[in-house]
Design a protein around this ligand. Structure first.
Ligand code: SF4
Ligand code: SF4
Length: 116
């Protein structure tokens, strides 16, 4: 066991220095490049091929009926099941899926976690 008071020099050394922590959520640190956060779906690029849903390992991405024009099906992403593995984006032949750096995903309603 470390001797009592061994942290005192460290504490005294920090006096008068800028804090190493920030007042989250009022202050935020920049995210690391390549962070896999909230999915952004570019519906205008999608051709409804279903590759994203086929390769999703967690069942978070499913094909649903598309009510617009140009295709019959479109993916729906359920972020409460998503593991943010980025497989759907890698499988998409049209670059219609992007994982952004947004990491704050807490919501009060479950349907707010669905991306269409
Ligand atoms: S990031 Fe991974 S888990 Fe999430 S929808 Fe895409 S393939 Fe599925
Ligand atoms: S893989 Fe891409 S183009 Fe195909 S359905 Fe998914 S998002 Fe659309």
């Amino acid at each position: 066991m470390a001797r009592p008071g061994y942290m005192i020099p460290e504490l005294l050394g920090r006096l008068g220095k800028k804090p190493v922590t920030v007042l989250y959520p009022y202050e935020k640190l920049p995210t690391a490049p390549g962070l896999r956060g909230k999915i952004k779906f570019h519906t205008d690029k999608c051709i409804g091929c279903g590759m994203c849903a086929r390769d999703c390992p967690s069942g978070a991405c499913v094909m649903v009926e598309f009510k617009g024009e140009g295709r019959k099906k479109s993916p729906e992403f359920n972020l409460d099941r998503c593991t943010f593995c980025e497989q759907c984006a890698e499988s998409c032949p049209k670059d219609a899926i992007e994982l952004t750096g947004e990491y704050e995903l807490a919501h009060f309603k479950k349907n707010e976690l669905i991306i269409r």
